[in-house]
Design a protein around this ligand. Structure first.
Ligand SMILES: CC(=O)SCCNC(=O)CCNC(=O)[C@H](O)C(C)(C)COP(=O)(O)OP(=O)(O)OC[C@H]1O[C@@H](n2cnc3c(N)ncnc32)[C@H](O)[C@@H]1OP(=O)(O)O
Ligand SMILES: CC(C)C(=O)C(=O)O
Ligand SMILES: [Mg+2]
Length: 636
């Protein structure tokens, strides 16, 4: 750059001094409630707004009115861009494992390395070629700087390959032209066209290879789009691609510097000005510096990009390359086939974490541990209702549930479609209402609690959550439930995986005055009333102090429940049933039934309303046990 030209720093300093960000103190304040925000001490006037660095306007844009309609061509750069960003770059064992994953998922273009950078990269690519590990429908991409000795080494590495894409790049940005290359625009363009010309020359040494090219105006986001087009068209002019044998022009957001709409404008501008456009596959290579890589990519696809480079789960330099898993599954949830198999996200994650030696976040889209988990009550309630409503709608339509349309509040995707399960969808802590524990009791213990019982038990769970200040796990909920409603059970009977009152649970102390030992029910002499005889263990009002006694009692009523209430009046207990719900818990000969009764217990002004729960193979016995459960609870 000549002495007479201004430095990028001078221009930036001027822009910064003249309010170089777009911070405008004269704008009326945003509406607010309470105290106004105060100016911070942050050094915002050290930074220059993007439009002051790279002024660009493109009112002809058409992308905002478009919608995603099909998946772009995908290229994984995990083995190159992802790899170059690792503390310990992959050895060949990890590279091969990653390669196998990518091939199995259906990637047809895979950037396999930077062969002139290291022996590991070079040897890995040689291994793929020599051991014939590259399926016929997969094309490898190799990266090189636009420098002669590196390009030569790249061609040497490709010997024997069936098909390959040579990807050469040089930065064209305003900043790098000055500080890295110290060349003017013409000098930078010449770097690119010289590299293109050398590639053409070396084709003689690449006989037998079906060879394609990719050129990246690196740091495109820091470049005037008009100049990027000028360089790309100059490269295209040397390579001379055709519609039958196209080349790739790859626009890297090497550093994400602006909002996605501006990136999309720039991509649409380039797309409109490449010549001949039909001989070019227009590609994107977004990074995620401002956390908008996925958004920028989706808008830029609307703007005309044909192809997207990225990494699985967003590995890559600094904040990473754009995440291909998120992008692909975003397409899926728009009803568009991503054309990549994401059906086993846990396996993808396992391999990626192993190869990169980097763990992903709990909240990573689609793949993180928590993304199918709701802790908060209103979300749990809505998910539970949504899953039930979907089941009902599928049954009504006679449709297979797995393929039935997915509409569930708070869950944009069916976890099953990506190899995840519902197990952890709902987790309970102090932020959860009744829905969460009701869902867990239903899913894991086949107990479908009536609404008012949910409200009652939720208080027990909430107290426990507030006391422990921790997540309440399924096993905690089950212990609390047994302790609250099934304290006198001992049998350890099992049905559908449910252990009722497991006597081995030594953490639970048995409590409760009455325990039903035996019952027989018969019709009265005239056939109208039910006569019930029951053997009941009475541990006394002061359980553990009073001596337990077994008593035979009988009662009569217009059904087993009424007869039983009549029988327990022998203990001086007045009880009436206000609500009663029952359901089977499983099918088969040893099927269990669950009964829930809401009882009013006591007399006149000394009454309480409590729920009781009973579980038994006999529906009658389960309902009587539920009454005992309510009586015991009222005395607790
Ligand atoms: C945005 C990206 O991700 S680009 C890919 C980046 N990936 C990597 O760099 C990983 C692999 N790279 C490497 O191992 C090394 O950089 C090598 C082996 C390729 C080259 O190493 P070195 O020769 O030591 O050079 P280095 O990469 O530091 O580059 C310095 C020189 O190359 C020039 N240069 C850098 N990039 C390019 C390019 N794309 N095209 C042409 N020249 C370039 C620089 O201007 C500088 O020139 P100077 O010495 O005249 O000032
Ligand atoms: C080499 C190029 C495509 C790159 O990785 C980038 O610019 O981020
Ligand atoms: Mg990159």
């Amino acid at each position: 750059m000549g002495q007479d030209q201004s430095s990028v720093f001078d221009l930036a300093a001027v822009a910064a001094a003249s309010n170089g960000g777009n911070n405008d103190p004269l704008l009326p304040p945003a509406r607010y409630i309470g105290a106004p925000q105060k100016p911070s001490k942050m050094p915002y006037n050290k930074y220059v707004a993007y439009d002051k660095q790279v002024p660009f306007d493109f009112p002809e844009r058409t992308w905002p009115g478009k919608r995603l309609q099909r998946a772009p061509r995908w290229c994984s750069v995990d083995l190159r861009d992802g790899n170059q960003a690792l503390v310990n770059p992959m050895d060949s064992e990890r590279k091969l494992r990653f390669w196998n994953l990518l091939v199995s998922m259906g990637f047809k273009e895979i950037e396999v390395g930077f062969p002139s950078a290291s022996e590991t990269d070079y040897d890995f690519i040689r291994m793929l070629i020599e051991r014939e590990l590259i399926p016929d429908d997969v094309t490898i991409v190799v990266l090189t700087q636009a420098r002669e000795h590196l390009i030569r080494k790249t061609y040497e590495c490709l010997k024997g390959a069936k098909r390959a894409i040579v990807h050469f790049y040089n930065s064209v940005s305003v900043l790098q032209r000055e500080v890295v290359f110290r060349k003017d625009k013409a000098g930078i363009k010449k770097l690119a066209t010289d590299a293109a010309a050398l590639c053409k020359e070396l084709e003689g040494e690449a006989k037998g290879i079906d060879l394609y090219y990719e050129y990246s105006p690196e740091s495109f986001t820091g470049t005037e789009p008009e100049y990027a087009v000028e360089v790309c068209n100059a490269v295209i002019d040397v390579i001379k691609p055709t519609p039958e044998h196209p080349m790739i022009i790859n626009l890297p957001a090497t550093v994400e510097m602006t909002t996605p709409n501006v990136f999309a404008d720039e991509v649409e501008y380039v797309s409109n000005h490449l010549v001949p456009r039909d001989a070019v596959v227009l590609s994107l290579h977004p990074h995620n510096d401002e956390g908008m890589g996925v958004a920028a990519t989706e808008l830029a696809v609307l703007a005309g990009a044909d192809r997207v480079e990225g990494c699985l789960l967003g590995n890559g330099e600094r904040t990473g390359n754009v995440d291909l898993v998120t992008l692909g599954l975003n397409f899926l949830t728009q009803g568009i086939d991503p054309q990549i198999d994401y059906s086993n996200v846990p396996e993808i994650r396992k391999t990626v974490e192993y190869c990169n030696q980097i763990k992903i976040s709990e909240r990573h889209p689609y793949a993180g541990n928590f993304v199918f988990t709701a802790f908060s009550g209103s979300h749990q309630d809505a998910i539970k209702k949504g899953l039930e409503a979907r089941q009902v709608a599928a049954d009504r339509a006679g449709a297979d549930l797995d393929s039935f349309v997915w509409l569930v509040p708070y869950l944009p995707i069916d976890p099953k479609d990506i190899g995840r399960s519902y197990e952890a969808i709902i987790r309970v802590n102090s932020q959860s209402g009744k829905g969460g524990m009701a869902y867990l009791l239903k899913t894991n213990h086949n107990l479908d609690l009536p609404k008012r019982l949910q409200v009652e038990f939720e208080k027990v769970v909430q107290n426990y959550a507030d006391e422990t200040k921790k997540e309440v796990k399924d096993e905690d909920i089950w212990r609390l439930f047994k302790d609250e409603y099934l304290p006198v059970e001992e049998s350890g009977a099992t049905a559908a995986g449910v252990v009722v009152g497991d006597s081995k649970d030594e953490t639970l102390e048995q409590w409760g005055r009455l325990k039903l030992l035996k019952v027989s029910v018969s019709s009265g002499e005239d056939g109208s009333d039910t006569v019930l005889k029951a053997r009941i263990l009475d541990r006394g009002v002061n359980v553990g102090v009073d001596e337990p006694v077994e008593r035979e009692v009988s009662g009569i009523g217009n059904g087993p429940i009424a007869a039983f209430l009549n029988a327990v009046s022998n203990f001086g207990i007045e009880a009436s049933v206000m609500d009663y719900v029952e359901h089977t818990m499983s099918v088969g000969t040893d099927a269990m039934a669950a009964s829930y009764v809401e009882c009013q217990i006591g007399e006149e002004d000394n009454t309480s309303i409590v729920w009781g729960v009973g579980i038994d193979t006999s529906i009658v016995t389960s309902s009587l046990k539920a009454i005992i459960s309510a009586i015991n609870r009222s005395e607790r």
